[in-house]
Design a protein. Structure first.
Length: 199
């Protein structure tokens, strides 16, 4: 692994058209990675604003997630610290009843392991939302996994998806702000403080 091999992999990903026939806005893979990143945020798939800008979490859900992490934008978007790797790299479209479609099933099996193999310094992975959690941990309830986040440390930290709908969930579950967020911020800080392993 090297910066050159990662750059070559990203070039292949950016050229991917495996799901093109199913993507209403066409392929535009969005991810942010570096060999030196220590925190991995595994999320769902880009929304329309992310598709337009090519910047992960460049929307209201990103604002909520950064608030949970108590992290400014400069740190969040520093690939030397934080890798942003969704389960689907391209915007999947809208469901008939509203909301975004799930990440395309082809994407994670096609690319995920190859990307993770190029990220040797990851100390903590945030599993944001059901799709990332189900892929990594198997089927389960997001609320249960978030409530029992300590069961997944030190490798993983499950979180709900930070959509606008989560605001009501947070108000119904004050333990999230009281217990989970302080622990999340501590684990993230510890991960980012870890030294980078020479490659």
């Amino acid at each position: 692994m090297s910066d050159e091999t990662l750059a070559a992999l990203l070039k292949r990903i950016k050229a991917c058209t495996a799901c093109a026939a199913h993507l209403p806005l066409g392929p535009r893979p969005v991810l942010h990675v570096s060999l030196r990143a220590r925190l991995l945020i595994a999320s769902q798939a880009p929304g329309t604003k992310v598709h337009e800008t090519g910047i992960s979490f460049n929307d209201a859900s990103g604002d909520r997630l950064r608030s949970w992490l108590n992290m400014d934008r400069s740190t969040f978007y520093d690939p030397e610290k934080v890798a942003l790797v969704p389960m689907g790299f391209c915007y999947p479209g809208r469901l008939p009843q509203g909301g975004d479609r799930p990440p395309r099933r082809e994407c994670a099996p096609l690319w995920r392991e190859e990307v993770l193999a190029e990220l040797p310094n990851i100390r903590l992975t945030l599993l944001v939302g059901a799709y990332a959690q189900d892929y990594v941990l198997g089927a389960g309830r997001v609320s249960d996994r978030v409530a029992h986040f300590r069961d997944y440390l030190p490798q993983f930290f499950p979180l709900p998806h930070p959509s606008w709908r989560t605001g009501a969930w947070e108000r119904k579950n004050p333990w999230f702000g009281d217990e989970v967020l302080p622990a999340l911020r501590k684990e993230v800080r510890l991960a980012l403080e870890q030294p980078v392993t020479p490659i």
